[in-house]
Write a protein that binds this ligand. Structure first.
Ligand code: TXA
Ligand code: MG
Length: 333
């Protein structure tokens, strides 16, 4: 299959909307990461997503709609806490898990009685949903296990020959996926930290249950290998002597014949002397924005090992820690 990369012109959005209606796959930009979209109401279309990604079929997809009103097509009832969160943060990097209507196929929800919903902030994504005239289910548009795509060329690298269309809307603004909250119970539960910091959600909901026990896979997707480049990733804890410890670890890898690179904040780069670094940005928002792209870059440059600097456990840092623990497979130094 030929994969066409299209600019999001009105005509191309119509072409892609028609493809979704026909049950085909279209990758599209959002403010978090690129999604691999299909008509959420067509069983066979959703199945194609799992095949293209090599994704386990028990890992449910996020359904993207263009408005709060459009949610009622797929959920039984929107709880009042969900309405408050939606009014404040949607469109934006927030996904809410609610009880689904029976019209939503099991292929979309991994057989669960709930469905995850979000309204993306990207105009291209919203236009695509409107052109398709249906909710669009979409996971991140990467091969299962690989870093999520934050630019059209990342999608092309993973999906070339497997899908007909990629809408190229440039680089994703946030760079890590949405925050997922389950609002089916009395107290909202954080299932996956993400682009919307937990502190902001707490301001609206007051109480938020945060399950820190990694052995409980509430978000089915979180139990699988994730965000991993070909290089072996190490993630540092965040503390005063972090840069010295990273230098020691780096030198240890070199002495065993390996080729490492450090992912560091711009301001820290000189602390690593002549060692190879990739400057990831000036602050933690930029760290999040560039993380997945720089993991892919490390592979392209032929590094066998990536050592990622630690980040403080607050704001977007909390979500970064989640991604880096997964990306490193828990190899923390
Ligand atoms: O920012 C994002 O959320 C991106 C863009 C494309 O919207 N999408 C994304 O999808 O990250 P994906 O499939 O890579 O991650 C979705 C996560 C998975 O961990 C999945 O298990 C969880 O959401 N999820 C989906 N439906 C769920 C449900 N009904 N209950 C619990 N978790 C659910
Ligand atoms: Mg993903």
């Amino acid at each position: 299959m030929e994969t066409k990369v299209l600019k999001p012109t009105r005509e191309n959005i119509r072409i892609c909307g028609d493809a979704i209606k026909r049950g085909e796959l279209v990758a599209f930009p959002t403010e978090t990461v690129y999604g691999l979209g299909a008509d959420a109401m067509q069983r066979d279309a959703a199945k194609k997503i799992y095949a293209a990604k090599g994704r386990p079929s028990d890992n449910p997809l996020i359904v993207h709609v263009d408005s709060i009103g459009a949610m009622s097509a797929v959920v039984e009832k929107i709880p009042s806490v969900a309405l408050r969160l939606a009014a404040r943060f949607m469109p934006g990097p927030l996904t809410l898990v609610m009880k689904k209507k029976s019209v939503v196929p099991d292929e979309v929800t991994g057989g669960l009685g709930t469905v995850a919903l979000r309204i993306p902030l990207s105009q291209t994504a919203l236009s695509l949903i409107r052109a398709a005239g249906t909710p669009i289910c979409a996971p991140s548009a990467n091969t299962s296990g690989a870093p999520s795509p934050t630019a059209a060329n990342h999608v092309l690298a993973d999906m070339k020959g497997k899908i007909p269309y990629i809408l190229d809307g440039g680089v994703c603004k946030i760079g890590i996926e949405s925050t997922v909250i389950d609002v089916t119970g009395k107290v909202p539960r954080l299932l996956r930290p993400g682009g919307l910091p937990v502190e902001k959600i707490k301001e609206i909901v007051g109480e938020l249950e945060i399950v820190t026990d990694g052995s409980v896979a509430l978000c089915p997707g979180m139990k699988y290998k994730h965000y991993a480049p070909k290089a072996e990733v190490f993630f540092s804890a965040y503390y005063e002597k972090m840069t010295e410890a990273i230098c020691d670890w780096y030198d240890g890898i070199v002495s065993r014949g390996g080729k490492p690179v450090v992912l560091c904040l711009d301001e820290n780069s000189e602390k690593y002397g002549k060692r190879d670094v990739i400057k990831i940005g000036a602050n933690y928002e930029e760290y999040a924005h560039n993380l997945f792209a720089d993991l892919r870059l490390a592979d392209e440059k032929g590094y066998g090992y990536v050592i990622a600097e630690g980040v403080p456990d607050r704001g977007i840092g909390n979500s970064l820690i989640n991604r880096l623990i997964k990306s490193s497979g828990g190899r923390i130094i």
